[in-house]
Design a protein around this ligand. Sequence first.
Ligand SMILES: [Mg+2]
Length: 289
Amino acid sequence: MEQKFDRYITPMTHDELLAACRRIRHVALDMDGTIYMGSTLFPFTKDFLAMLTANGIGYSFLTNNPTRSIDDYLAKLARLGIEADHDQMYTTAVATIDYIKEKMPDVKTLYVVGTPSMEAEFRAAGFELTEPDAKEMPQCLVVAFDTTLTYPKLCRAAYLASQGIPYIATNPDRVCPTDQPTVLVDCGSLTTCIAHATGRQPDIVIGKPNPDMLSGIMYRHGLKANEIAMCGDRIYTDVAMAQNAGALGVLVLSGETTLDTAVNSDPNPPITARDIAVFGELLLEARQQ
Ligand SMILES: [Mg+2]
């Protein structure tokens, strides 16, 4: 199989593939493993984004990682030479804020297990955050990937979960990928810990593969799901979310997924491409027909 793979594979016919690509008006991009690896931009990323702009195709960046604020991410992109606006960047912290405001408009006070960056984002959105030793009961518990986690913070979260208040997790990831000799324990492992202690799972887990992550983009740009392509390097989050939302899922092999895994997954991703540059060529080919 390895030898046969040149640029991409798809279970669609070539005509179906080009028709699907021709519909695309917006590309949602995962970040790590898709546009860069760690702190190194892929050599094709800038050309790909320029090609999208030249062809009137919009794009957004989407990450399950809520530890850094939108401004932090925009600064990282700028360091890598990519200019992006506030509304082109979507983290699970922002998605969680949108979710609470839309679905739970009466909620004003929260207990948040998250980084100072994330806490600041919630405060800027108008929420009041309560401390671990507060006497009053917050209206909602939010558990996130928290690199500043302390034992009292975790215990308070477990207590609040046991008290039955609404409980939201920002993302399902068990670990955050790293090239360092450590395991970055992510949000999904914290909620598992709380579930082991209290028997309670979150009421909802925001973040890929939850299709709600794409509804903000659809709403902001007035797009239908099949006009959006979601490109990412993970089948079980990026491609699964596209599938759940009715968007075009594009798996890229520039990150953590191997060709073997892609070929043996069920269902196969609609498109498995070597990288976003190859997907860019397909978008162009579809438009030249
Ligand atoms: Mg990724």
